[in-house]
Design a protein around this ligand. Structure first.
Ligand code: HMG
Length: 436
């Protein structure tokens, strides 16, 4: 046994003291992003009416106005494929450039075969590609993203890019407190050297982990189980822990070293908008701000990131990145060159706080991708249609592919379009997909 006492590693100098992108001295980060949602959504006012709850509880109390609802022919594979295709087309990226493909999900479709394998096939990615799935509740996408940053920083990319897709369908039991915090969707990110959207600070993150039972989903269940109010506390504790480590790593325990190091905006994991507000309040408390200053800071520094999430609901792994897309969609031009913070939380739990700088090219690129198109393509569901889809959802995994006619009838409630679809399982219980 080695009794040698090792001293803690010393804090790295602040971003302005070295390169603004971290110890590698290279620019590595998110080159392009796009998201996808199912074709249908439920307005929370409609849900509130049926549940006998004032709509204000959901809209103001939780900060959610609409939630996306998946049909039986939509699943984490089709959502991931849709988001990735929008990214590749909109950003003009050839699939042959991808050398790493990671899917973060907590609603996988198979205990063994990863969503990433289906995605790899449906997109026609190169066979010389590392492909796998990551899971840690809502943190799974961040695990993939950090892995991709390290892959590039280590030199394994050899000029290629990584495709990271966060995809989930958030389900709680009908008529439970979690019901208004459901959602479904995917966010695709291309991680590259010399990125066009945001340079991320590789090697400067703050982590936190603890073994807690705030939210879980046993293998036999589609709906998650949650200790709701405890989960809020776990999220806030994890934020405090990850932020403290991040401040230490960046030499910022006494505040940013210079005005240009200030985090002008922060995106949080958004299970519902109010949670991001609580998170920001907690961070402001840690930074020594009073309540009025914290409220003003929230309006300016967080609210723009909540506009897209409030129309989609919780998409688990993708929620933080949908918040980032929302921020960039609304403010990329004015944030060019500015430093922003990102906080990822996954129940169970794991959390990470990290930062990056918005690129001057970001606004033009996002306009070319037309990021909000998926919302314009949606159709509002009635409560009865929502209930019907949830019933179909329960059987979709065992539905024989030759019963696609039934799926077709469900899908006919919505727009007919060019999206990938899940048709059901074949006699060997293999899932069948097609891109029309
Ligand atoms: P609840 O107990 O029904 O709601 O469920 P509540 O009574 O706490 O009310 C919610 C808020 O609405 C409160 O505001 C009320 O005051 C307000 P707050 O005190 O929090 O500021 N309110 C109203 N406002 C205006 N008008 C009214 C009105 N009535 C009440 N008339 C709960 C809330 C979040 C617990 C529930 O929705 C739930 O269990 N959700 C799922 C769990 C969750 O989202 N947890 C978040 C942290 S954990 C996390 O983020 C990880 C996760 O994404 C999973 C993963 O990592 O994989 C979930």
């Amino acid at each position: 046994m080695n009794n040698e006492t090792r001293s803690a590693p010393s804090a790295t100098p602040s971003p302005s003291q070295t390169s603004q992108t971290g110890p590698t001295g290279r620019r590595i980060g998110i080159d392009a992003m796009a998201f996808a949602v199912p074709r249908g959504y439920l307005d929370l006012a409609d849900l509130a009416q049926v549940r006998g709850v004032p709509a204000a509880k959901y809209v103001q109390g939780l900060g959610v106005t609409q939630m996306s609802v998946a049909a039986p022919d939509e699943d984490p594979v089709t959502l991931a494929t849709d988001a990735a295709r929008r990214l590749l087309r909109g950003a003009g990226v050839d699939p042959s450039q991808i050398g790493l493909c990671i899917v973060g999900t907590e609603t996988a479709v198979d205990h063994s075969k990863p969503v990433a394998s289906y995605l790899h096939g449906l997109l026609g990615l190169p066979s010389a590609c590392r492909v796998f799935e990551t899971k840690h509740a809502c943190f799974g996408g961040t695990a993939g993203l950090q892995n991709a940053l390290d892959w590039i920083a280590a030199g394994s990319a050899r000029g290629r890019s990584a495709l990271i897709v966060c995809t989930d369908i958030a389900r709680y039991s009908l008529n439970s407190p979690g019901e208004p915090t459901q959602g479904a969707g995917a966010v695709a990110m291309l991680i590259s050297e010399n990125p066009r959207l945001i340079d991320l600070e590789v090697g400067r993150t703050g982590c936190f982990a603890a073994n807690v039972h705030d939210f879980w989903r046993p293998l036999y269940r589609k709906d998650a189980l949650v200790d709701g109010h405890f989960s809020v506390q776990c999220y806030l504790d994890a934020l405090a822990g990850a932020y403290a480590e991040w401040r230490g790593v960046n030499g910022e325990t006494g505040g940013p070293a210079s005005e240009s190091d200030r985090l002008v905006r922060t995106c949080y994991h958004v299970p519902y908008g109010k949670m991001a507000r609580k998170a920001h309040q907690r961070r402001c408390q840690i930074d020594g701000l009073d309540e009025a200053a914290a409220d003003a800071s929230y309006q300016r520094e967080v609210e723009p990131s909540l506009r897209l999430p409030s129309q989609v609901g919780n998409i688990y792994t993708g929620s933080l990145y949908l918040a980032l897309l929302s921020l960039l969609h609304h403010e990329a031009a004015e944030l060019a060159g500015q430093r922003i913070g990102l906080f990822s939380y996954g129940s169970g739990c794991a959390a990470e706080f990290f930062a990056g700088r918005v690129r001057p090219e970001a606004a033009a690129l996002l306009a070319a991708i037309d990021v909000t198109a998926p919302l314009r393509e949606r159709q509002r569901l009635t409560f009865a249609q929502y209930e019907e889809l949830r019933k179909g959802d329960a059987q979709a995994d065992q539905r024989p592919a030759d019963a696609a006619g039934e799926i077709e009838r469900g899908a006919a409630l919505h727009l007919v379009d060019q999206r990938p679809r899940y048709f059901g399982i074949d006699p060997q219980e293999r899932r069948i997909y097609a891109v029309q």
